[in-house]
Design a protein. Structure first.
Length: 256
């Protein structure tokens, strides 16, 4: 078997697949033979990415259980049962705790944690029926340590890791593995938006703002989406079946 057909006959769903880590993961799985469906809220970006990479796409907000179930059902009709689920959709926004209202708190938890629950529920029954599955949740180093001003995000991502560990034990004898990857600051739109907000709030230059973010990485750089995708692909392999319940840090040594 070559790399090009490693995932032949498998159907992968990648949420938040229009850009960044999601798009890089979808491309890597497609290159290795999987049928890939990307899911997200923004149709124009999804359509552009799907056309560029030769993928399918379905529009759904991961916090809407009905929309997710409908999107997954249509994806299954098109490409068959889901054997790989990459829960990548998320949102990050900094806010001091004292200025955080309940609506903001709930929004961050809904996108980053509730969405993982909803999408996993939509995929788990077919995996149980097939007695095979790979679930990878994209968390963050914020799931492994605390950061000031992102308490809601850190709480949500810590929740993702807790859910990952519990599901790994629940399905350990069903040939379904559940793992999390925890990237540090990654070269994505989320980081670009963070840099822009720092510049507006502090008057610093873009270079100064970026340097502040990467200073936590001992390598002094951003992680590239393809680096995260490579780890996800490794966890998706059939011969990675002994790896479950893990939270793998991709952070240049920031978390050990």
């Amino acid at each position: 078997m070559t790399d090009q057909d490693e995932f032949s006959g498998q159907h992968a769903i990648v949420t938040g697949g229009g850009s960044g880590i999601g798009a890089a993961t979808a491309a890597a799985l497609k290159q290795r033979g999987a049928e890939v469906t990307i899911v997200g809220r923004g149709e124009s970006r999804l359509a552009e990415t799907a056309d560029r990479l030769g993928l399918s796409y379905k529009v759904a907000d991961v916090t809407d259980s009905g929309a997710v179930q409908d999107a997954f059902d249509r994806a299954v009709k098109q490409h068959g049962p889901v054997s790989i689920l990459v829960n990548n959709a998320g949102a990050a926004e900094a806010r001091p705790f004292a200025r955080m209202d309940l609506d903001f708190w709930q929004f961050i938890l809904d996108v980053n944690l509730k969405g993982v629950f909803i999408c996993t529920r939509a995929a788990i029954e077919p995996m149980l029926a097939a007695r095979y599955g790979r679930i990878i949740n994209v968390a963050s180093t914020a799931a492994q340590r605390g950061y000031a001003y992102v308490s809601a995000y850190a709480a949500a991502k810590h929740g993702v890791v807790g859910l990952t560990r519990s599901l790994a034990l629940e399905y350990v004898r069903k040939n379904i593995t559940v793992n999390a990857v925890c990237p540090g600051y990654t070269n994505t739109d989320i980081v670009a938006n963070s840099v822009e907000k720092i510049v507006k709030a502090t008057g610093r230059t873009e270079e100064e703002a970026l340097n502040e973010l990467v200073s936590s990485n001992p390598q002094g750089r951003l992680i590239e989406p393809e680096e995260v995708a490579d780890t996800i692909v490794w966890l998706c392999r059939k011969d990675s079946g002994s790896i479950t319940g893990q939270s793998i840090s991709i952070s240049g040594g920031e978390v050990m």
